[in-house]
Design a protein around this ligand. Structure first.
Ligand SMILES: Cc1ncc(COP(=O)(O)O)c(C=O)c1O
Length: 433
């Protein structure tokens, strides 16, 4: 049988001779078939073997408006004919920051950085400086970038996590400074009773609690009703800052992020991925009194911070996303929810143990008998082999998915794409039964 991915495989073999591992991020090596792409438009991608796919990776999230959105393309092209970076001030900075302020509840002040990982480092430093405390509390399975200070209790082997009622902090990488674990406390998510006990004992030592408001990086698990509000009250009571990592939820679950969606305002928040609709940009938003610590001796830098290319894209993206009271995102989330329901129904009809959770534009498939997931440890029973078979089956049907079962939809996905995808899922799920 002809290999429909022959050119991709040849390019990967070639790349391995120069580019370490043949890919630009080891996370990308986990795709069952690492593809090379030639082009994309709307919700579709074209690979180098001329295969077309409906895409649900969106480059791991950023392409919230789909590929080559005309307004973003036009803004970036215009800027490309001018200066690409100044390392100094220009008009787009306040223009985009003001739009951010208008959209995001906690954004009394905004700072622009380049990647989500960097933005997280800045909020940690601000939180520690502001409170004069050492510890950051993070939740198991939550991802906040790959830096030593926080690549902890994420995808480490299960035996490194300790018992659920007394979790240990698990290092995530060889070569990681071991004592980074000594500045962090790990906790199971969605468990307020656990946190109340912990804060009664150690609240006075905890500078900040960081959480993905929806656990997108470990299976798109939703916060239980009242959990985020409870976390808000608990952190306020103990003088600890609440930090939402909205790198995925920002400009996705709603224009104002998860904080607007769930009605819980954190002290600080990080944004990235979708905010510039495909260009590299991240941001920290937060309370003025905390943010201004960075002009009182809290060091922060970045050569490309606030560069006009990325801000031109963000400016255009914000205009598109905020038009008509953010209708476009509401519609995208509604359509994504329909896809979730269709896939669940097809799984049930096929007799495959399948749990689908998340929200419309970011959800995940878990091949597991477990339902009603609460935290990361609930995903340990997932059948990874079945997931890989599903992803490969869908690829053969012309649907491109992330390797961890996460599904991102964009404002460019239409009913046609959703229906075609549901039909493909029905066929592939039946083959897995
Ligand atoms: C919630 C969250 N925070 C932080 C990051 C790190 O962002 P970046 O990859 O831009 O450094 C990611 C990346 O996937 C993320 O999902």
């Amino acid at each position: 049988m002809a290999d429909r991915w022959q050119t991709s495989r040849e390019l990967l073999d070639r790349a391995r001779q120069s580019l370490c591992g043949g890919v630009s991020s080891p996370f990308r090596a986990s795709f069952p078939v690492p593809l090379y792409f030639e082009d994309g438009n709307g919700a579709r991608l074209l690979d180098v073997d001329s295969n077309e796919y409906i895409d649900y990776t969106l480059a791991w999230g950023p392409n919230i408006l789909g590929y080559r959105h005309p307004k973003v393309a036009e803004a970036v092209s215009r800027q490309a004919m001018s200066v690409h970076t100044y390392g100094a001030q220009h008009r787009l900075e306040p223009e985009v920051a003001e739009k951010f302020q208008a959209a995001v509840p906690c954004a009394e002040r905004v700072a622009f950085t380049s990647s989500g990982s960097e933005a997280v480092q800045l909020v940690f430093r601000l939180a520690r400086a502001y409170t004069n405390r050492k510890y950051i509390l993070k939740f198991e399975g939550h991802y906040h970038g790959w830096m030593d200070s926080v690549f902890l209790s994420y995808r480490a082997p299960a035996d490194k996590f300790g018992p659920v009622d007394a979790p240990t902090v698990a290092l995530g990488s060889r070569g990681q400074v071991e004592n980074s674990a000594g500045n962090v406390i790990a906790a199971p998510w969605n468990d307020l009773a656990f946190l109340e006990r912990l804060f009664a004992e150690r609240g006075h030592e905890i500078a900040g609690v960081i959480t993905e408001p929806v656990l997108c990086n470990s299976g798109c698990i939703l916060p239980e009703p009242g959990f985020l509000a409870g976390l808000r009250a608990l952190t306020r009571k103990h003088g600890t800052l609440l930090i939402f990592d909205e790198v995925i939820t920002g400009f996705r679950i709603s224009l104002g992020g998860a904080q607007a969606h769930f009605g819980v305002t954190p002290d600080l928040a990080t944004f990235g991925k979708a905010i510039a609709a495909g260009m590299p940009l991240s941001a920290v938003a937060g309370r003025k009194d905390i943010m201004e610590e960075m002009y009182k001796g809290v060091a922060f830098g970045g050569t490309f911070n606030g560069n006009p290319m990325s801000l031109a894209a963000a400016n255009a993206a914000l205009d598109v996303l905020s038009a008509n009271d953010g209708t476009i995102l509401k519609e995208a989330n509604a359509l994504g929810s329909q896809l979730m329901e269709k896939i669940s129904a097809h799984g049930k009809a096929a007799g495959v143990p399948l749990y689908v959770c998340g929200f419309g534009t970011a959800f995940a498939l878990h091949f597991t008998p477990v339902t009603g997931m609460k935290h990361y440890r609930d995903t340990w029973a997932d059948d990874k082999e079945k997931l890989t078979r599903y992803i490969k089956g869908m690829l053969e049907e012309g649907v491109y998915l992330l390797p961890d079962g996460r599904v991102y939809t964009s404002c460019a996905h239409t009913e046609r794409e959703i229906q075609e995808t549901a039909t493909a899922a029905q066929k592939v799920l039946a083959s897995l039964a």
